[in-house]
Design a protein. Sequence first.
Length: 165
Amino acid sequence: MRIWHLILSGLIFFSGCGRLIKVPEQKRAITQVYPIQLSKDEIYDRALEWCAKRYISADNAIVVRDKEKGKIICRGTAQYSEYFNFLVDRPFGYSLTIEVKDNKYRVSFDSFIVYYSERDLKSGPAEYEFEISKIKRILAKVAESLRDYISSGVSEKEKKTEEEW
């Protein structure tokens, strides 16, 4: 009976350590390019409007707005559930970069900082696979929201130009 307790304890211990796989720095960022039939200025204006509506709290901010270069950089915060998707809500910070060109734009998320607040408010870079995968799932929804906002009304605009012919 004692052997089974040792085996079970060993399995629990090693399965917990499986969460601690570090992700290389270059694989921590998320980058996606979206094609869209709009001019650079139109894409930039829509992206800036979306950022202004989304990043309005004290923890979130638009850091850089450069229309000439077609670049917007924002700092944002969100949270993910760490254990079994309901026990611990872990807040994290990230950097969002939107780069705009004619007929396309690129969205990049990086600089993930996780805030550990069980006893003291501590933070550190997100570097473990379980953290990165949960962060990527949350930020995929943010990128989808941006894509939907920028592309809203584009198909209607294309229909109007076809009707004009």
